[in-house]
Design a protein around this ligand. Structure first.
Ligand code: ISC
Length: 415
């Protein structure tokens, strides 16, 4: 007899509503579920279904489990737009051997806004009274709090030493690029309202994907993959510099980044890895001819947009499984880079640099690379990571300062 629990039969109903003002005040202060950019997106409340995965096949297992959930569900969706109908929010661990769980969560209630359309999706499990899924009202934010995030397992010196070691391995031709991270840790006061940092992130970084799934929060500028009615797209980032202190200096920084051989090399590895992963699943795949400079409040990135048409019916979950980990967060070649990360980073990255996003019933979805993130545990412990691509011309002090810039969104949202 199989001991696999039966797949729950979900009853899902989307209805159009006239208006939804701000999404964040509507969500749970302690267990927020959100995915938004430029003020649009989806917010979730409660859990109708939670699926957990781990190990090397965590994403492929999620694909299979999601298909069963979709097949068993009854969905009424008169809008049929990205984020309507049955959706799950998801976050996946970076490493195959991570102790962090990877999850798909179907909320009881999803509130969505996109292109002037607003909707509410109610989900109940068969046997439950659908009327028990009540519409929330905005709740005032809880008391203000400010915490310090301090170096955790890796000190500034430790990070610089790891970068030195990585440069030596690259010089030895053991690999071409590796992405090394360091951690900051802190503790939140009991009952802290996570909608506060999320509001700061969403307002401060409107062009990034602001996300919260299972205590994992952040604002990422990097789209791992987006699948929408047969089109596939991604935004690859790698190569970073600081913002200038005035308009002229800022422009000079952008020009220097766009012409830096070191950053263009670092970027090239990341683009190649994404193209290689998407090519078997797409046709007409195009990439920006030369990388462009992407301006964020805390830094400049080199960016390339990739777009194509899906050729094999892959879902967004299939594609995150194919793409992860790209050379923007691991390195090149992938296996040597992962081995070096394992050797030089004395911590489990958890969900940092893994895929975070959502998937719909038809497999479409939007996934970011979980950068500029922090994991908040039930105890209030918080851990954040930031990393940099190391190539042959990297400089340890420069890379350390780059991690400081990358921590800024999280450090300022919580501090
Ligand atoms: C690994 C991170 O950023 C990646 C994405 C953009 C630019 C990067 C870089 O310039 O090193 C990294 O590849 C991070 O933010 O922790």
């Amino acid at each position: 007899m199989s001991d696999t629990p039966p797949v729950p039969r979900l009853h899902v109903e989307t209805t159009r509503v006239d208006d939804l003002k701000l999404l964040i005040p509507l969500i749970d202060p302690r267990h927020p579920l959100i995915w938004m950019r430029k003020g649009q997106g989806i917010a979730g409340i409660g859990e109708a279904l939670r699926l957990e995965f781990s190990g090397p096949d965590r994403m492929l297992d999620a694909c299979a489990a999601w298909k069963e959930v979709v097949d068993a569900a009854t969905v009424t969706d008169p809008i049929s737009a990205p984020g309507t109908g049955l959706v799950a929010f998801g976050t996946f661990a970076f490493a195959d051997d991570s102790a962090a769980s990877s999850v798909l969560i179907v909320p009881r209630l999803v509130l969505g806004k996109r292109d002037g359309r607003f909707w509410i999706t109610r989900t109940s499990v068969e046997g439950e009274d659908p009327a028990s899924v009540v519409t929330p009202t905005a709740r005032p934010l809880g008391p203000e709090y400010r915490i310090s995030l301090l170096p955790g397992a890796v000190s500034a010196e430790g990070f610089r030493a790891s970068v030195d070691a990585a440069i030596a391995r690259i010089a030895d031709q053991q690999l071409s690029k590796v992405v090394l991270a360091r951690d900051l840790t802190g503790h939140l006061p009991a009952g802290s309202d996570l909608r506060r940092p999320l509001t700061d992130l969403a307002l401060g970084y409107p062009d990034c994907w602001t996300y919260a799934v299972d205590g994992f929060v952040g604002s990422s500028p990097e789209t791992l993959v987006r699948v929408d009615h047969g089109t596939v797209s991604a935004r690859v980032l790698a190569g970073t510099t600081s913002r200038g202190t005035d308009a002229e200096a800022d422009q000079e920084k952008a020009v220097a980044l766009a012409t830096s051989t070191k950053d263009l090399d670092e970027h090239g590895y990341a683009v190649t890895s994404v193209m290689a992963a998407l090519t078997p699943h797409s046709r007409n795949l195009t990439v920006s001819e030369i990388p462009f400079t992407l301006k964020l409040p805390n830094l400049w990135h080199l960016a390339s947009d990739i777009e194509g048409t899906l050729s094999d019916g892959s879902t967004s979950l299939d594609l995150i499984a194919a793409l992860h980990p790209t050379a923007a967060v691991a390195g090149t070649p992938t296996s040597s880079a992962l081995a070096l990360i394992h050797e030089l980073e004395p911590f489990d990255r958890g969900r940092y640099a893994g895929p975070v996003g959502w998937v719909g019933a038809d497999g479409d979805g939007e996934w970011a690379v979980a950068l500029r993130s922090a994991q908040v545990d039930e105890s209030g412990d918080i851990t954040a990571f930031a990393g940099c691509g190391i190539v042959t011309d990297s400089d340890p002090e420069h890379e350390y300062l780059e991690t400081k810039m990358k921590f800024r969104p999280i450090v300022e949202a919580f501090g």
